[in-house]
Design a protein around this ligand. Structure first.
Ligand code: ZN
Ligand code: ZN
Length: 247
């Protein structure tokens, strides 16, 4: 997969007077959301980007699923993935200040972080795909949180990359939290948890799934499986962060 092509296509919506007015009325904090250092506008600073590169070389990252702590082409998390699921790209290690930003975005009603976070994903979005799809939340969780963080990321990414997006998947079972479950238990927990929305056609499509955090990959694998069963040709995924690999 090659990266970075969408960065050049980044386009700020300067021509929309309503967006301009909104920005003037409700200015976003002009800081780096990771280190909180003041700067020209809200966005991850070069120092924090460089720190991620350092962590990548220090811990290693699985070439297929981006789990940190692995120097290999495939790890326990992704070894058994089917060929149609090409791989996951994770930007940050799920730790420290990076983890904190994601938690704030997800649980503390800070949807306005979406653009700054999507900007980081944009740098690594793989080439050759045609549709962005968010990992869905169950309706109960959506009501709790008021927004789906993955969908917000997708909306921002779509605007920045000019790649279309679609809410193809629905979460049909409100599964218990995955935290604390092993890999096999997670897969069992997610069995038949996702389905394709009625009337959606993904036949022959090359799709990038978007989620906030990659832990063991079972959620993304379950989503990829549903898309594949409905005829999608190829699936990759991008997440803001990934955890440490489990051995
Ligand atoms: Zn920073
Ligand atoms: Zn892996």
């Amino acid at each position: 997969m090659t990266f970075g092509v969408y960065q050049e296509k980044l386009h700020y919506e300067k021509t929309n007077p309503l967006l301009w007015l909104y920005d003037k009325l409700f200015p976003l904090p002009a800081v780096c959301p990771v280190c909180m250092k003041p700067q020209a506008r809200l966005g991850v600073c070069e120092k924090c980007r460089a720190e991620v590169l350092r962590k990548r070389s220090m811990y290693g990252q699985c070439k297929r699923c981006s789990s940190f702590g692995v120097y290999s082409d495939a790890c326990r998390n992704c070894r058994e993935w089917p060929a149609y699921y090409r791989g996951n790209i994770a930007i940050w290690p799920y730790q420290g200040a990076y983890k904190q930003v994601i938690k704030e975005f997800k649980f503390h009603n800070m949807p306005w972080l979406a653009d700054a976070l999507a900007q980081e994903v944009l740098l690594y979005l793989p080439e050759g795909y045609e549709l962005l799809v968010p990992v869905p939340l169950h309706a109960n969780r959506l009501q709790e949180r008021s927004y789906n963080q993955s969908e917000l990321l997708v909306r921002s990414l779509s605007r920045m990359s000019r790649m279309p997006w679609q809410n193809c998947l629905e979460r049909v079972r409100d599964t218990p939290h995955q935290t604390g479950l092993g890999r096999a238990e997670r897969l069992q927990n997610l069995h038949n948890a996702f389905d394709l929305h009625k009337g959606v056609n993904v036949q022959g499509k090359k799709i990038i799934l978007i989620d906030d955090v990659f832990t063991t990959g079972t959620t993304l694998l379950s989503c990829a499986r549903v898309l594949h069963q409905h005829g999608a040709k190829e699936i990759a995924s991008c997440t803001l962060a990934s955890g440490q690999a489990r051995f």
